[in-house]
Design a protein around this ligand. Structure first.
Ligand SMILES: Nc1ncnc2c1ncn2[C@@H]1O[C@H](COP(=O)(O)OP(=O)(O)OP(=O)(O)O)[C@@H](O)[C@H]1O
Ligand SMILES: [Mg+2]
Length: 348
Protein backbone atom coordinates (compact mmCIF):
# COMPACT_ATOMS: atom_id res chain seq x y z
CA UNK A 1 0.00 0.00 0.00
CA UNK A 2 1.15 3.52 -0.73
CA UNK A 3 2.80 5.47 2.05
CA UNK A 4 1.37 8.71 3.37
CA UNK A 5 3.13 11.58 1.59
CA UNK A 6 6.11 12.92 3.47
CA UNK A 7 7.19 9.54 4.84
CA UNK A 8 8.80 8.11 1.70
CA UNK A 9 12.28 9.43 2.45
CA UNK A 10 12.31 7.87 5.89
CA UNK A 11 11.40 4.30 5.05
CA UNK A 12 13.77 1.96 3.32
CA UNK A 13 12.94 -1.26 1.54
CA UNK A 14 13.48 -4.01 4.11
CA UNK A 15 16.05 -6.69 3.52
CA UNK A 16 14.40 -9.55 1.59
CA UNK A 17 15.23 -11.97 4.41
CA UNK A 18 13.03 -9.97 6.72
CA UNK A 19 9.96 -9.80 4.51
CA UNK A 20 8.29 -12.97 5.67
CA UNK A 21 8.65 -12.05 9.33
CA UNK A 22 7.40 -8.51 8.74
CA UNK A 23 4.29 -9.83 7.01
CA UNK A 24 3.65 -12.33 9.74
CA UNK A 25 3.99 -9.63 12.39
CA UNK A 26 1.55 -7.45 10.49
CA UNK A 27 -1.08 -10.16 10.76
CA UNK A 28 -1.00 -9.54 14.49
CA UNK A 29 -0.93 -5.76 14.11
CA UNK A 30 2.73 -5.63 15.09
CA UNK A 31 4.41 -3.02 12.93
CA UNK A 32 8.14 -2.64 12.59
CA UNK A 33 11.18 -3.73 10.63
CA UNK A 34 13.99 -3.03 13.06
CA UNK A 35 16.20 -5.93 14.01
CA UNK A 36 15.18 -5.65 17.63
CA UNK A 37 11.43 -5.93 17.08
CA UNK A 38 11.90 -8.82 14.65
CA UNK A 39 14.14 -10.59 17.16
CA UNK A 40 11.48 -10.19 19.84
CA UNK A 41 8.86 -11.55 17.49
CA UNK A 42 10.94 -14.56 16.55
CA UNK A 43 11.54 -15.35 20.21
CA UNK A 44 7.83 -15.09 20.88
CA UNK A 45 7.11 -17.37 17.95
CA UNK A 46 9.55 -19.98 19.18
CA UNK A 47 8.21 -19.78 22.71
CA UNK A 48 4.67 -20.09 21.39
CA UNK A 49 5.39 -23.59 20.13
CA UNK A 50 5.90 -24.81 23.67
CA UNK A 51 3.84 -24.94 26.81
CA UNK A 52 6.39 -22.98 28.81
CA UNK A 53 5.23 -19.97 30.79
CA UNK A 54 6.36 -16.65 29.37
CA UNK A 55 7.12 -13.37 31.08
CA UNK A 56 6.96 -10.32 28.84
CA UNK A 57 8.77 -7.29 30.16
CA UNK A 58 8.85 -3.87 28.58
CA UNK A 59 8.23 -0.22 29.37
CA UNK A 60 4.70 1.05 29.27
CA UNK A 61 3.21 1.11 25.78
CA UNK A 62 5.81 -1.13 24.13
CA UNK A 63 3.27 -3.69 22.94
CA UNK A 64 3.24 -6.28 25.71
CA UNK A 65 -0.43 -7.07 25.31
CA UNK A 66 -0.09 -7.18 21.54
CA UNK A 67 2.73 -9.70 21.89
CA UNK A 68 0.85 -11.75 24.47
CA UNK A 69 -2.08 -12.10 22.08
CA UNK A 70 0.18 -12.90 19.13
CA UNK A 71 2.00 -15.53 21.17
CA UNK A 72 -1.22 -17.26 22.10
CA UNK A 73 -2.45 -17.35 18.52
CA UNK A 74 0.88 -18.58 17.14
CA UNK A 75 1.03 -21.38 19.65
CA UNK A 76 -0.21 -24.90 20.11
CA UNK A 77 -3.10 -23.60 22.20
CA UNK A 78 -4.44 -21.25 19.55
CA UNK A 79 -7.73 -23.10 19.36
CA UNK A 80 -8.18 -22.83 23.10
CA UNK A 81 -9.31 -19.75 25.01
CA UNK A 82 -7.20 -16.71 25.82
CA UNK A 83 -8.33 -15.18 29.09
CA UNK A 84 -6.99 -11.91 30.41
CA UNK A 85 -6.69 -11.02 34.05
CA UNK A 86 -5.54 -7.55 35.01
CA UNK A 87 -3.77 -8.18 38.29
CA UNK A 88 -3.74 -4.51 39.24
CA UNK A 89 -7.46 -4.07 38.84
CA UNK A 90 -9.02 -6.73 41.05
CA UNK A 91 -10.04 -5.69 44.56
CA UNK A 92 -8.76 -8.06 47.21
CA UNK A 93 -12.27 -9.08 48.21
CA UNK A 94 -13.12 -10.31 44.72
CA UNK A 95 -9.91 -12.19 44.15
CA UNK A 96 -11.03 -15.67 44.94
CA UNK A 97 -14.25 -15.45 43.01
CA UNK A 98 -12.58 -13.84 39.98
CA UNK A 99 -9.88 -16.48 39.85
CA UNK A 100 -11.74 -19.59 40.87
CA UNK A 101 -15.42 -18.77 40.47
CA UNK A 102 -18.12 -19.73 42.93
CA UNK A 103 -21.05 -22.07 43.36
CA UNK A 104 -24.60 -20.87 43.51
CA UNK A 105 -25.40 -19.96 47.10
CA UNK A 106 -21.77 -19.84 48.19
CA UNK A 107 -22.41 -16.45 49.77
CA UNK A 108 -25.12 -13.84 49.86
CA UNK A 109 -25.56 -12.54 46.36
CA UNK A 110 -24.18 -15.63 44.64
CA UNK A 111 -27.39 -16.16 42.71
CA UNK A 112 -25.84 -18.50 40.22
CA UNK A 113 -22.64 -20.37 39.57
CA UNK A 114 -19.80 -18.30 38.22
CA UNK A 115 -16.85 -19.76 36.38
CA UNK A 116 -13.50 -18.23 37.36
CA UNK A 117 -10.73 -17.08 35.05
CA UNK A 118 -8.54 -20.13 35.54
CA UNK A 119 -11.33 -22.51 34.69
CA UNK A 120 -12.29 -20.39 31.68
CA UNK A 121 -8.71 -20.59 30.44
CA UNK A 122 -8.62 -24.40 30.59
CA UNK A 123 -6.76 -25.85 27.59
CA UNK A 124 -5.77 -22.34 26.63
CA UNK A 125 -3.77 -19.40 27.93
CA UNK A 126 -4.26 -17.10 30.86
CA UNK A 127 -2.73 -13.65 30.39
CA UNK A 128 -1.74 -12.15 33.72
CA UNK A 129 -1.33 -8.50 32.89
CA UNK A 130 0.56 -6.13 35.20
CA UNK A 131 1.74 -9.07 37.24
CA UNK A 132 4.19 -6.81 39.10
CA UNK A 133 1.22 -5.11 40.78
CA UNK A 134 -0.13 -8.34 42.20
CA UNK A 135 -0.67 -8.43 45.93
CA UNK A 136 1.18 -11.07 47.94
CA UNK A 137 -2.15 -12.71 48.73
CA UNK A 138 -2.91 -13.15 45.04
CA UNK A 139 0.62 -14.37 44.38
CA UNK A 140 0.17 -17.15 46.92
CA UNK A 141 -3.09 -18.24 45.32
CA UNK A 142 -1.70 -18.27 41.83
CA UNK A 143 1.36 -20.18 42.89
CA UNK A 144 -0.88 -22.85 44.35
CA UNK A 145 -2.81 -23.25 41.12
CA UNK A 146 0.40 -23.52 39.12
CA UNK A 147 1.75 -26.18 41.45
CA UNK A 148 -1.39 -28.22 42.01
CA UNK A 149 -3.05 -27.68 38.62
CA UNK A 150 -6.30 -27.93 40.53
CA UNK A 151 -8.85 -25.39 41.66
CA UNK A 152 -12.15 -25.50 43.43
CA UNK A 153 -14.86 -22.90 43.13
CA UNK A 154 -15.70 -20.90 46.22
CA UNK A 155 -18.32 -22.84 48.12
CA UNK A 156 -17.73 -25.89 45.95
CA UNK A 157 -16.46 -29.30 46.95
CA UNK A 158 -15.33 -30.54 43.59
CA UNK A 159 -11.68 -30.32 42.53
CA UNK A 160 -11.36 -29.18 38.97
CA UNK A 161 -8.31 -29.97 36.89
CA UNK A 162 -6.81 -26.97 35.19
CA UNK A 163 -4.50 -27.06 32.24
CA UNK A 164 -3.36 -23.55 31.43
CA UNK A 165 -0.36 -21.83 29.97
CA UNK A 166 0.57 -18.58 31.65
CA UNK A 167 1.73 -15.50 29.83
CA UNK A 168 2.49 -12.60 32.16
CA UNK A 169 3.41 -9.02 31.46
CA UNK A 170 5.00 -6.30 33.53
CA UNK A 171 6.75 -2.99 33.06
CA UNK A 172 8.71 -3.55 36.23
CA UNK A 173 12.00 -5.26 36.75
CA UNK A 174 10.45 -8.23 38.47
CA UNK A 175 13.73 -9.52 39.81
CA UNK A 176 14.18 -6.25 41.66
CA UNK A 177 10.71 -6.79 43.13
CA UNK A 178 11.83 -10.22 44.29
CA UNK A 179 14.84 -8.66 45.96
CA UNK A 180 12.64 -6.11 47.64
CA UNK A 181 10.45 -8.98 48.87
CA UNK A 182 7.48 -7.61 46.97
CA UNK A 183 7.32 -10.55 44.62
CA UNK A 184 7.66 -14.19 45.59
CA UNK A 185 10.79 -15.79 44.31
CA UNK A 186 9.14 -19.19 43.85
CA UNK A 187 6.41 -17.65 41.72
CA UNK A 188 8.98 -15.64 39.78
CA UNK A 189 10.69 -18.82 38.61
CA UNK A 190 7.40 -20.46 37.73
CA UNK A 191 6.14 -17.70 35.47
CA UNK A 192 9.49 -16.76 34.00
CA UNK A 193 10.51 -19.88 32.14
CA UNK A 194 10.91 -17.85 28.98
CA UNK A 195 11.72 -14.19 29.27
CA UNK A 196 10.76 -11.83 26.49
CA UNK A 197 11.95 -8.25 26.60
CA UNK A 198 10.32 -5.67 24.35
CA UNK A 199 12.52 -2.81 23.21
CA UNK A 200 11.58 0.79 23.94
CA UNK A 201 10.59 2.83 20.91
CA UNK A 202 13.64 5.09 21.23
CA UNK A 203 15.80 1.98 20.80
CA UNK A 204 14.26 1.32 17.42
CA UNK A 205 13.66 4.72 15.94
CA UNK A 206 13.73 3.36 12.40
CA UNK A 207 10.28 1.89 13.08
CA UNK A 208 8.76 5.28 13.88
CA UNK A 209 7.95 6.32 10.28
CA UNK A 210 6.32 2.94 9.62
CA UNK A 211 4.25 3.30 12.77
CA UNK A 212 3.24 6.84 11.80
CA UNK A 213 2.00 5.54 8.46
CA UNK A 214 0.16 2.70 10.17
CA UNK A 215 -1.58 4.95 12.70
CA UNK A 216 -2.51 7.61 10.15
CA UNK A 217 -4.21 4.91 8.10
CA UNK A 218 -5.85 3.44 11.19
CA UNK A 219 -7.39 6.78 12.16
CA UNK A 220 -8.34 7.71 8.60
CA UNK A 221 -10.55 4.67 8.81
CA UNK A 222 -11.72 5.12 12.39
CA UNK A 223 -12.32 8.86 12.30
CA UNK A 224 -13.33 9.14 8.67
CA UNK A 225 -10.96 12.08 8.21
CA UNK A 226 -8.86 12.76 5.16
CA UNK A 227 -5.11 13.08 5.70
CA UNK A 228 -2.79 12.80 2.75
CA UNK A 229 0.45 14.22 4.01
CA UNK A 230 2.74 14.81 6.97
CA UNK A 231 5.47 17.44 6.94
CA UNK A 232 8.93 15.98 6.71
CA UNK A 233 10.12 18.17 9.55
CA UNK A 234 7.41 16.76 11.78
CA UNK A 235 8.49 13.24 10.89
CA UNK A 236 12.04 14.18 11.78
CA UNK A 237 10.91 15.56 15.09
CA UNK A 238 8.83 12.48 15.89
CA UNK A 239 11.77 10.25 15.05
CA UNK A 240 13.98 12.15 17.43
CA UNK A 241 11.67 12.17 20.45
CA UNK A 242 12.48 9.90 23.36
CA UNK A 243 8.91 8.57 23.64
CA UNK A 244 8.66 7.71 27.34
CA UNK A 245 5.18 6.34 26.62
CA UNK A 246 6.44 4.37 23.62
CA UNK A 247 4.12 3.19 20.83
CA UNK A 248 0.96 4.10 22.69
CA UNK A 249 2.16 7.68 23.09
CA UNK A 250 3.09 7.90 19.41
CA UNK A 251 -0.34 6.55 18.50
CA UNK A 252 -2.03 9.19 20.66
CA UNK A 253 0.06 11.99 19.19
CA UNK A 254 -0.88 10.98 15.64
CA UNK A 255 -4.52 10.62 16.58
CA UNK A 256 -4.49 14.06 18.20
CA UNK A 257 -2.78 15.67 15.21
CA UNK A 258 -5.28 14.17 12.79
CA UNK A 259 -8.18 15.61 14.70
CA UNK A 260 -6.58 19.01 15.17
CA UNK A 261 -5.36 19.69 11.67
CA UNK A 262 -7.42 22.10 9.60
CA UNK A 263 -6.39 20.57 6.30
CA UNK A 264 -5.25 17.24 4.94
CA UNK A 265 -1.74 17.71 6.17
CA UNK A 266 -0.13 17.17 9.56
CA UNK A 267 2.21 20.00 10.45
CA UNK A 268 4.00 21.11 13.60
CA UNK A 269 1.06 23.09 14.92
CA UNK A 270 -1.02 19.92 15.09
CA UNK A 271 1.39 18.16 17.44
CA UNK A 272 0.16 18.32 21.05
CA UNK A 273 2.17 20.73 23.18
CA UNK A 274 2.36 18.41 26.13
CA UNK A 275 4.89 16.20 24.43
CA UNK A 276 7.40 19.02 24.33
CA UNK A 277 8.59 18.13 27.79
CA UNK A 278 12.10 17.43 28.87
CA UNK A 279 11.55 13.67 29.17
CA UNK A 280 10.39 13.50 25.55
CA UNK A 281 13.07 15.65 24.07
CA UNK A 282 16.39 14.26 23.01
CA UNK A 283 19.30 16.37 21.86
CA UNK A 284 18.23 15.78 18.29
CA UNK A 285 14.68 16.87 18.80
CA UNK A 286 15.87 20.00 20.58
CA UNK A 287 17.76 21.05 17.52
CA UNK A 288 14.94 20.18 15.16
CA UNK A 289 12.50 22.02 17.36
CA UNK A 290 14.67 25.05 17.62
CA UNK A 291 14.15 25.40 13.90
CA UNK A 292 10.55 26.28 14.54
CA UNK A 293 9.12 29.43 15.86
CA UNK A 294 5.85 27.90 16.80
CA UNK A 295 3.66 29.16 19.55
CA UNK A 296 4.89 31.12 22.57
CA UNK A 297 5.35 28.04 24.67
CA UNK A 298 7.80 26.29 22.43
CA UNK A 299 11.39 26.22 23.43
CA UNK A 300 13.16 28.69 21.22
CA UNK A 301 16.86 28.78 21.49
CA UNK A 302 19.00 31.44 19.94
CA UNK A 303 21.95 29.17 19.60
CA UNK A 304 23.38 28.96 16.21
CA UNK A 305 21.21 26.18 14.89
CA UNK A 306 23.43 25.20 12.04
CA UNK A 307 26.37 25.00 14.37
CA UNK A 308 24.36 22.76 16.71
CA UNK A 309 23.32 20.49 13.92
CA UNK A 310 26.82 20.31 12.53
CA UNK A 311 28.22 19.35 15.92
CA UNK A 312 25.67 16.61 16.32
CA UNK A 313 26.33 15.20 12.90
CA UNK A 314 30.04 15.20 13.57
CA UNK A 315 29.54 13.44 16.88
CA UNK A 316 27.40 10.79 15.26
CA UNK A 317 29.87 10.27 12.43
CA UNK A 318 32.72 9.84 14.85
CA UNK A 319 30.75 7.45 16.96
CA UNK A 320 29.89 5.45 13.86
CA UNK A 321 33.50 5.51 12.66
CA UNK A 322 32.28 7.47 9.66
CA UNK A 323 29.99 4.71 8.49
CA UNK A 324 27.19 6.62 6.83
CA UNK A 325 24.30 4.27 7.42
CA UNK A 326 25.24 3.79 11.06
CA UNK A 327 25.59 7.53 11.64
CA UNK A 328 22.26 8.17 9.94
CA UNK A 329 20.69 5.57 12.22
CA UNK A 330 22.16 7.22 15.30
CA UNK A 331 20.79 10.55 14.17
CA UNK A 332 17.44 9.07 13.32
CA UNK A 333 17.58 10.48 9.82
CA UNK A 334 17.69 8.93 6.39
CA UNK A 335 21.08 8.29 4.82
CA UNK A 336 20.29 10.64 1.93
CA UNK A 337 19.46 13.40 4.36
CA UNK A 338 22.76 12.84 6.08
CA UNK A 339 24.63 13.07 2.76
CA UNK A 340 22.90 16.37 2.00
CA UNK A 341 23.72 17.76 5.38
CA UNK A 342 27.35 16.68 5.15
CA UNK A 343 27.60 18.53 1.87
CA UNK A 344 26.01 21.58 3.42
CA UNK A 345 28.45 21.61 6.32
CA UNK A 346 31.37 20.48 4.18
CA UNK A 347 31.99 17.41 6.30
CA UNK A 348 34.03 14.62 4.82
N1 LIG B 1 4.78 -2.82 17.25
C1 LIG B 1 3.57 -2.25 17.26
N2 LIG B 1 2.91 -2.04 16.11
C2 LIG B 1 1.70 -1.46 16.09
N3 LIG B 1 1.03 -1.06 17.17
C3 LIG B 1 1.63 -1.26 18.35
C4 LIG B 1 2.92 -1.85 18.46
N4 LIG B 1 3.23 -1.91 19.76
C5 LIG B 1 2.21 -1.37 20.42
N5 LIG B 1 1.24 -0.97 19.58
C6 LIG B 1 -0.01 -0.29 19.94
O1 LIG B 1 0.26 0.57 21.02
C7 LIG B 1 -0.76 0.49 22.00
C8 LIG B 1 -0.18 -0.06 23.29
O2 LIG B 1 0.19 -1.41 23.14
P1 LIG B 1 0.00 -2.48 24.30
O3 LIG B 1 -1.27 -2.23 25.01
O4 LIG B 1 0.22 -3.84 23.74
O5 LIG B 1 1.23 -2.04 25.22
P2 LIG B 1 1.60 -2.48 26.69
O6 LIG B 1 3.06 -2.73 26.68
O7 LIG B 1 0.71 -3.57 27.16
O8 LIG B 1 1.32 -1.14 27.49
P3 LIG B 1 1.09 -0.94 29.10
O9 LIG B 1 2.41 -1.20 29.77
O10 LIG B 1 0.72 0.49 29.19
O11 LIG B 1 0.03 -1.89 29.49
C9 LIG B 1 -1.84 -0.39 21.40
O12 LIG B 1 -2.78 0.40 20.73
C10 LIG B 1 -1.09 -1.25 20.42
O13 LIG B 1 -1.91 -1.69 19.39
MG1 LIG C 1 -0.60 -3.60 28.78
Amino acid sequence: MQLVKGLEGFIEAPHPDKLQNIEEMQKFGIIGYSDSIIQSFLRAKKAAKSNANILIQGDSGTGKELFAIATHYMGIRMDGPLIKLNCAAIPETLLESELFGYEKGAFTGAGRTKIGKFELAHKGTIFLDEIGEMSLALQAKILRVIEDKIISRVGGLESINIDVRIISATNRDLWQEVRKLKFREDLYYRINVIFLHLPALRERREDIPLLIDFFIKRYIEQEGVKITQIDEDVVKLLISFNWPGNVRQLENVIHHAMIMTEDERISIDDIPDNIFTSSSLSGDSMSTLAGYIKKDNVIITDLDLDEMEKTQILKALEKAHWKMSKAAELLGIHRNTLTQKMKKYKLK
